[in-house]
Design a protein around this ligand. Structure first.
Ligand SMILES: Cc1cc2nc3c(=O)[nH]c(=O)nc-3n(C[C@H](O)[C@H](O)[C@H](O)COP(=O)(O)OP(=O)(O)OC[C@H]3O[C@@H](n4cnc5c(N)ncnc54)[C@H](O)[C@@H]3O)c2cc1C
Length: 369
């Protein structure tokens, strides 16, 4: 079954009548906010993707787009503010406080809910990263407002409500969710689900510094250090230009070396379908698909993957999809750009060898000459 949108018309009348009942205290909520996620001083790219979406929503609503930056005083927050403007924000709300140096739920949730209470946004978007999911849930429950997680589409409805679309029923249907009686309307979006907007060269805008304090004694969580997770080899699949992935068709864990070799040869990263993670053949952060990573590489090579809808939604943003599968009727051939009907276990080493020969320095010189 393919992913499809429900044909039922959205209950606009019902929403319009319910909107009249929007409690008095929410009627002056205006503007679209994007939480700018800082990872050890660097802005997570999902924040830029959300600014692109936020810009479009703000334009439709005729309101302003703001970037929200919570961090320690210093260059990293100012740099994040400049980047927010470069990616389309009209203004930035900035909370600078040493307590906000490393992410902890309590101070970040408190700072963000305090900002919402003070400046009243109608829409608040966060990345569906580990940090964003943790923060969004706390903020939504504290504010008693609606949060739609892992959205794949955001739009403004005819009555000005945020229409937040996400997969449901195991990914076989899409549903659109509205937050009618509370503000802000909150949504999270996974990295790479939305396109990266164009960066402008005019990083200007208004910065509103919000004076905010919290006492360290009131925070239960303490950061004692950082451990690097070397199990996955630092998978950065979501932003890789070339990805090679394997599925159950590869038969056993040893054959995964074939996709790793190919990925290494062509300078790409590697991933897998969900059953391989469930079998313990690969770590979870290498899973691609609805409950794994969404990828948008220039080249995606899928070997022994059937192309179930839950896998498809994570890869269909790739520029070029090459599928290797023994079954000519496998669903992956419905959306792959290039299909190779063959045994991946014997084809992958041949492909790797061909690339190795082609990319060898001597050949590179010959190609240039
Ligand atoms: C709620 C939910 C969330 C899910 N999330 C995800 C997700 O995020 N990511 C994901 O991938 N799946 C996800 N799934 C699982 C998904 O539905 C499929 O079961 C899964 O993608 C199938 O993995 P596969 O293609 O590796 O295996 P299979 O469906 O078993 O396909 C194996 C393919 O390999 C081919 N093959 C066999 N031998 C060879 C060979 N020698 N050479 C080449 N081809 C061969 C077969 O023809 C077949 O097409 C989810 C499911 C649910 C219900």
């Amino acid at each position: 079954m393919g992913t499809r949108k429900s044909k039922a018309p959205p209950p606009a009348q019902a929403r319009a009548s319910m909107k009249k009942d929007l409690p008095e205290q929410f009627r002056d909520y205006r503007h679209v906010w994007v939480f700018m996620e800082l990872e050890r001083g660097h802005v997570h790219p999902v924040s830029f993707e959300l600014l692109g979406e936020g810009r479009r929503l703000a334009h439709q609503l005729g309101v302003q787009l703001a970037g929200i930056i919570l961090g320690p005083p210093g260059d990293s927050t100012l740099h994040a503010a400049a980047e927010a403007f470069a990616y389309g924000a009209d203004l930035v709300y900035l909370v600078e406080e040493p307590l906000l140096t490393d992410y902890r739920n309590e101070p970040f949730a408190k700072a963000l809910t305090d900002l919402v209470a003070a400046y009243k946004p109608e829409i608040l978007l966060l990345g569906a990263t580990t940090l964003g999911r943790d923060l969004a849930g706390s903020v939504a429950t504290t504010l008693l407002t609606g949060l739609t997680a892992d959205c794949t589409g955001l739009d403004v409805d005819e009555d000005g409500s945020l229409a937040a679309t996400r997969p449901t029923f195991g990914g076989s249907l899409l549903c659109t969710i509205y937050t009618l009686n509370c503000r802000p309307q909150m949504a999270t979006v996974r990295p790479r689900v939305m396109r990266m907007p164009q960066r402008s060269n005019k990083p200007i805008g208004r910065v509103i510094r919000h004076d905010w304090r919290m006492l360290e004694e009131d925070i239960v969580t303490k950061v004692v250090g950082f451990l690097s997770d070397d199990r996955s080899g630092n998978a950065n699949l979501a932003y890789a230009d070339v990805v090679v992935a394997g599925g159950l068709g590869l038969s056993n864990a040893e054959n995964l070396l074939l996709i790793k070799d190919l990925a290494l040869t062509i300078g790409g990263d590697y991933g897998c379908s969900r059953p391989l993670v469930q079998k313990g053949w690969m770590p979870a952060d290498r899973q691609i698909g609805q409950t794994g990573k969404t990828i948008r590489p220039k080249l995606y090579i899928a070997a022994g993957i059937s192309g179930a809808v839950q896998h498809r939604v994570g890869v269909e943003g790739a520029d070029l999809i090459v599928a290797i599968n023994t079954d000519p009727h496998a669903p992956i051939f419905d959306f792959a750009h290039v299909g190779v009907v063959t045994d991946a276990v014997s084809f992958l080493p041949a492909l790797t060898e061909a690339f190795t020969r082609r990319l060898a320095p001597a050949n590179r010189l010959r190609l240039v000459n």
